[in-house]
Design a protein. Sequence first.
Lengths: 110, 110
Amino acid sequence: MKPVNIFKSIPSDLEEEFTELITQNENIRIERIVSKGHTSPASGWYDQKEDEWVIVLKGAAIISFENDGDIKLGAGDHMNIPAHTRHKVKWTDPESETVWLAVHYQGITD
Amino acid sequence: MKPVNIFKSIPSDLEEEFTELITQNENIRIERIVSKGHTSPASGWYDQKEDEWVIVLKGAAIISFENDGDIKLGAGDHMNIPAHTRHKVKWTDPESETVWLAVHYQGITD
């Protein structure tokens, strides 16, 4: 058993957003995401069948919610995104890496 | 929907270790833990029926594993602790807060 550091081993080429599986089973999926100016596609929304808890560990991002407008997240900010809450990533800091942790989990109502 | 910052709203009185539920359902439980010199009881081990993924977001800690010895965790270090992996928190920094995030989740084998 050996710890891994969430801020290290970041690919130098971030032309594409980087998503890495940390652990998963049939109930949850924990991912590290590294963005650098990446956003969701300009049109459409994420509409997920699972709940998602997300935290920005480094950097900054703005998530747009269809029904709640824009929410800016800085280092340490976390929120729960219930299933089928339509949202998109509107902005991430283009100057430095934004490191996210996302926990996708099956909701009670699914 | 409003984000909460994991590094803020830390109780000034940390005589006891502080554990706070962030979100849960029947499959997972996400907790914030704030330690300041706190450790597990001197005798015995944690022997959990659920898997646990843990990350130190700030501060420093040492987890002792019955079969793997001591593992030191600093800011950003994370690891998965499978169910029934006997362990204890041997040390946390007594000088400043250590902020942990723990995701307890039901394993496939449970």
